[in-house]
Design a binder for this molecule. Structure first.
Ligand code: ADE
Length: 245
């Protein structure tokens, strides 16, 4: 999958993503990253890409033309219009289901704003999706773009070593992941739950599923409405909620 990031800080994107798991996938050619500097498309010798807002007010607005020219350079390379995400607190809140949906694209453009935003007219012209990563305001769209790229990338075939690990975890079936343990068997007086040492695969699976339900009831009860639970599991989480644990 190919990501094009339109940004004023391409080095931030490169530094963030050319490490760890995404870094390895980029080296192996499973992913490709094209961090495009919007400033390279400024039409003045000072490489200025922002100006005062019409109507007044604080801050500067990123101008339409350099953003448009940066987008066009990418779309022309691709030979077609590309799905283009603008990262903004005003967008739809990013979630695992959206990550799954974006992972189906072969190429994706992510547009990062700065200052007080981007001239609305270029957004109308090129943006297909407005996405927020949560109800808080960041200084720019770069971290949100990296968050999206990370979450999408790990769903792309071959990015994770372990084929099963992308799907058997939090938010699958609207449940949180069960707790994990590794050696030693006892750490500072805390023992690993004995069922995990039993070697009884079916019991381990049953315990993990219960833990997922209990954990979701306790920490994210809002998710349970969407989860597909058996009658017995519903009893389990009602007990959890009533206990007030
Ligand atoms: N830009 C600034 N804050 C943001 C947020 N919460 N999500 C996406 N883009 C942003």
């Amino acid at each position: 999958m190919k990501f094009h990031v339109l940004t004023l800080f391409p080095e931030m994107i490169e530094n963030g993503l050319r490490t760890s798991i995404t870094g390895r996938a980029l080296e192996r050619g499973i992913l490709s990253l094209d961090a495009v500097n919007i400033r390279d498309f400024a039409d003045n010798k000072h490489s200025k890409v922002d100006d005062y807002p019409y109507g007044g007010g604080a801050g500067m607005v990123m101008q339409a033309e350099p953003v448009y020219a940066a987008y066009r350079s990418v779309a022309e390379q691709a030979g077609r219009p590309l799905r283009t995400v603008y990262l903004t607190p005003q967008g739809r809140t990013f979630c695992q289901q959206m990550a799954r949906e974006f992972a189906q694209e072969e190429e994706l453009v992510l547009l990062c704003g700065h200052y007080e935003g981007i001239d609305e007219r270029v957004l109308e012209e090129i943006v297909t999706d407005f996405v927020s990563i949560g109800d808080y305001v960041l200084t720019g769209g770069e971290l949100p773009a990296m968050v999206m790229i990370d979450a999408i990338s790990r769903l792309v075939d071959g990015v994770l070593n372990n084929e099963t690990s992308a799907e058997s975890e939090s938010f699958q079936d609207s449940l949180l992941e069960y707790p994990q343990y590794s050696r030693p068997e006892v750490w500072r007086g805390r023992a690993v739950p004995s069922v995990l040492l039993s070697g009884h695969h079916a019991n381990v699976e049953k315990w993990r599923r219960e833990q997922s339900v209990l954990r979701t009831a306790k920490w994210r009860p809002d998710l349970l409405a969407k989860a597909d639970l058996t009658e017995k599991e519903k009893e389990l989480w009602k007990g959890e909620v009533q206990d007030g644990n």
